[in-house]
Unconditional design. Structure first.
Ligand SMILES: Nc1ncnc2c1ncn2[C@@H]1O[C@H](COP(=O)(O)OP(=O)(O)OP(=O)(O)O)[C@@H](O)[C@H]1O
Ligand SMILES: [Mg+2]
Length: 380
């Protein structure tokens, strides 16, 4: 298996999918989304349950026909093609292996459908098994493998046909936490080695950040924000995105003045210069997104009581009791500074350059967020 000469670019153009439920209710699963995927990029669809991730992926794969909109690969419309003509490989949450076939035959399946046989076939299978670190296990049945090994077989089966696009639907969620982390690193390694354009569905934000060139945060069938993980983390466009990617505090502030991408905002009685989204103007109350690691513990002009302190090893997590809210802070330098206990009065400050101010319109949205939308680490 060699590096794909020219990785496929994929465009989603105003894709919409409506379902009619048995009670004749209409569900808009995917609502007019457009997205450009560069060739060779790893793109994650991230969002709460029911936001339309799987439906989007199934439309790309050809298992579901769009109600409207188009899917292009390298500029050519493939919307009418059947799945087997799309040159895509898909990996599912439930590995969906053939239980009666050996590992070798599972991986060979797609190649046999494409009329490959003999030495070329066995070489292709062996190469793929080697790529996913399963050399020597070809003769086993899926039932004779661990969950992580089975998922590697599923990955090998999807890759054996040398697809132009790889699609993943929560492939790691049946595995325990350690295995998830090591297998996701392997998926990333293989994807980069081969340069296959990949679309990966997950509701695990740490998985999305670790894997992706581009994270697409979805909500209610729509794209809330798409961008590189660090950008989405640093400059979330809505309160929903800030809350879904990582953890965030939201502090209210009075906007005094504003420039192109900054604003002077009074937060907790202190004037600060904060990077700001469009729409943050004097006279409005901004919502300032503050990541826990951007709260400085033990120095500064502000004072708060420690409500809760959780020791996590590399860092300590504190809840600081402000007048009208609780601020989450993490201290990576507890070894240097010592630990604080609940009830301690401490000094603190913000790193304003690491905060991000949102206008009221982007912040109001939280009212519409349902409780399921809280990012959940899958159990295990
Ligand atoms: N065949 C169908 N018939 C009717 N409604 C459907 C069908 N498939 C999906 N839906 C609905 O479309 C919406 C999006 O579903 P989808 O499976 O794409 O969500 P998801 O983001 O993958 O969620 P999860 O994280 O739970 O897997 C949901 O409201 C779902 O109930
Ligand atoms: Mg799904």
């Amino acid at each position: 298996m060699t590096t794909t000469a020219s990785p496929a670019s994929v465009s989603l153009e105003r894709l919409t999918k409506r379902f009619r439920t048995p009670e004749s209710r209409e569900v808009v699963a995917v609502d007019d989304i457009s997205l450009e995927l560069d060739g060779g990029s790893f793109v994650t669809l991230l969002g709460p349950s029911g936001c339309g991730k799987t439906t989007t992926l199934r439309m790309i794969a050809g298992f579901e026909a769009p109600t409207s909109g188009r899917i292009l690969v390298d500029g050519a419309d493939i919307s009418r093609k059947t799945p087997d003509k799309r040159e895509m490989g898909m990996v599912f949450q439930s590995y969906a292996l053939f239980p009666h076939l050996s590992v070798f035959e599972n991986v060979a399946y797609g190649l046999r459908l494409r009329r490959q046989s003999g030495k070329a076939l066995s070489q292709a299978v062996e190469r793929t098994l080697e790529l996913v670190n399963l050399t020597g296990l070809g003769q086993r049945r899926p039932s004779e493998l661990s969950g992580g090994q089975q998922q590697r077989v599923a990955l090998a089966r999807a890759m054996a046909i040398e697809p132009r696009v790889l699609l993943f639907d929560e492939p790691l969620s049946n595995l325990d936490a350690k295995l998830r982390v090591s297998l996701r690193a392997e998926i990333r390694r293989i994807q980069q080695q081969l340069g296959i354009t990949s679309v990966y569905v997950t509701h695990d934000q740490s998985e999305a950040m670790a894997l992706s060139d581009v994270v697409v945060v979805m909500k209610d069938g729509r794209i809330e924000q798409a961008g590189p993980p660090d950008e989405v983390y640093r400059r979330p466009m809505t309160r929903f995105v800030a809350d879904f990617i990582g953890r965030a505090n939201f502090l209210e502030g009075e906007v005094q003045s504003s420039g192109e991408d900054h604003a002077e905002i009074t937060i907790q009685g202190q004037p600060m210069r904060v990077p700001a989204a469009p729409g943050v103007r004097p006279g409005v109350r901004a919502t300032v997104v503050v990541r826990p690691e951007s709260v400085r513990i033990g120095s500064g002009d502000l004072r708060a009581k420690v409500g809760r302190s959780t020791f996590l090893g590399p860092l300590v997590e504190y809840e600081l009791m402000l007048d009208d809210e609780v601020l989450l802070a993490v201290d990576p330098d507890w070894m240097g500074k010592g630990l604080h206990q609940p009830g301690d009065e401490i000094a603190w400050s913000l790193r304003p350059d690491q905060a991000y101010a949102l206008p009221p319109s982007a912040a109001d949205e939280l009212a519409a967020v349902d409780p399921d939308a809280v990012p959940v680490e899958p159990a295990g």
